[in-house]
Design a protein around this ligand. Structure first.
Ligand SMILES: *Cc1c(COP(=O)(O)O)cnc(C)c1O
Length: 457
């Protein structure tokens, strides 16, 4: 028997409006229109209650990497739930799925990673990191060393600690954040700068804002630096090539921990198993979530390097931290099945060698549209910056809401991409075919035309 009644789209919209508070939503605005009810999905397409078929250029929220309709993942969850639907990993217990997944994750990660701590989401993973990093320095008798450096416009999640790590001013303002001991430096956003420096020069300057902050605070106060290899929710900010090597140099030189938030970039999005692999860094901690299960069930966690794990284990005693659903058996079973799909179908290499370059090529052509000031993409993660004028670059007035206008036109024409201000971002599923990539590019071009008509008319 189905758990969900078969109601009409308009009944669902009414119930939704009356009872459901959505995440990151202005409900007054939502109620002027109606929520789009997504009822089912297959491959790279989602379907709404009005019968529209829409190409999901965002993989849900950067997570449905293996695509929709994967029976193997459904079966993995069902089988595990029949066998053991829940047990915790507290109190000197564990179960096969959490153990097997730990070993597999260490197998596909860089060699310094031999331990995993599980959480239920990316936010929880980053909360775990804040606690773990401070615990690490306490155990090394450096309790002053608690400050974590992050970046403007970063997104690390929505809980109190994760939103503090994030650099979203709008989020900080609503809740008295950040919490003490978290500071922010420049993001490596070349197109957002005055572009007087070359991208590589700019990348060095952005990285050295970390060094300046360390000098200002005193190295003996700084615990760690955290960054997304490519900033996602902030607008797919792809750093210049010079950036990450310089960040690594600075972290090494001052002995501070390097944290890579791989919640989007983990498990193949950039054509390598991690963003750290892509950019050549050697982080001490890595948070993951989203793509680990392709979004079929919630799961997150932290890859812990030997440097940190050895201290926690040898000197730590009990770490008073954990979640009821740390290493949930069904979520771990789905993650195992999902990672096996990525391995068996060679989807990570496919992004590096095939569909990545193919879509990037189409994406570059979108950069020729008069409305597009910058078209960038790495792996399957891209952005289009909508501008009033290309040369010289002139932005639209923020209040004009051009990004949202374009996003609405896109979805009404059968393609989901997301607007971050006037930046349109995309992150399609790894299984995207060449034909589907062509469809994305054609639809995007048409919608850029329609957007131009809408703002001129
Ligand atoms: C989505 C995201 C998070 C938060 O993950 P949740 O599962 O929504 O809590 C953290 N970091 C990055 C880089 C993300 O994109």
């Amino acid at each position: 028997m189905a758990a969900i009644e078969n109601r009409s789209g308009s009944d669902l919209q009414k119930l939704d409006k009356d009872h459901h508070l959505h995440p990151f939503t202005d409900h007054k605005e939502l109620h002027k229109i109606k929520s789009r009810i997504i009822t089912h999905a297959d491959g790279v397409y989602i379907y709404d209650a009005d019968g529209n078929k829409i190409l999901d250029g965002m993989s849900g929220l950067w997570c449905v990497n293996a695509g929709y309709g994967r029976d193997e993942l459904v079966d993995a969850a069902a089988e595990q739930m029949r066998e053991l639907p829940y047990y915790n990993n507290f109190f000197q217990c564990a179960h096969p799925p959490s153990i097997e997944l730990s070993a597999l994750l260490c197998d596909i990660s860089q060699p310094q990673f031999n331990r995993v701590f599980f959480a239920g989401s990316g936010s929880e993973s980053n909360d775990t990191i804040v606690r773990m990093v401070r615990r690490y320095w306490d155990l090394l008798d450096q309790p002053e060393r608690h400050t974590i450096i992050s970046r403007t416009n970063a997104y690390h999640g929505s809980t109190v600690a994760a939103a503090s790590l994030g650099g979203m001013k709008t989020m900080h303002k609503q809740s008295g954040l950040p919490i003490p001991g978290i500071v922010h430096v420049e993001q490596p956003y070349w197109f957002g700068s005055d572009r007087s420096l070359s991208p590589d020069e700019f990348g060095l300057v952005a990285a050295r804002s970390i060094e300046r902050k360390i000098d200002e605070l005193g190295a003996d106060k700084v615990a760690a630096f955290i960054g997304e290899p490519v900033q996602g929710a902030g607008g797919v900010i792809i750093p210049p090539d010079s950036y990450w090597p310089e960040v690594q140099r600075i972290c090494d030189e001052y002995g501070i921990l390097l944290i890579s938030d791989e919640v989007i970039t983990g498990f193949g999005r950039l054509g390598e198993w991690s963003g750290a692999d892509h950019f050549g860094t050697r982080p001490d901690l890595m948070s993951f979530a989203k793509g680990v299960t392709s979004g079929y069930l919630p799961l997150g966690g932290v890859m812990v390097s030997d440097r940190v794990a050895d201290v926690l284990i040898d000197k730590g005693g009990e770490f008073f931290h954990g979640y009821t659903y740390s290493g949930h058996p069904a979520a771990c079973a789905v993650a195992m099945a999902n990672l096996r799909i990525l391995q068996r179908e060679g989807l990570v290499a496919r992004i590096r060698n095939d569909i990545g370059p193919y879509l990037q090529n189409g994406w570059r052509k979108l950069g020729e549209h008069p409305l597009v000031g910058d078209a960038r993409m790495v792996g399957l993660m891209g952005a289009l910056e909508l501008v009033r004028s290309k040369d010289p670059v002139e932005r639209f007035d923020e209040n004009q809401g051009v990004g949202n206008i374009c996003r609405d036109i896109l979805v009404n024409n059968g393609l989901v991409m997301r607007a971050v201000g006037d930046t349109i971002v995309a992150a399609p599923p790894f299984i995207l075919s060449h034909e589907e990539a062509d469809e994305m590019i054609e639809k995007a071009w048409k919608c850029l035309n329609l957007t131009q008509e809408a703002i001129n008319g």
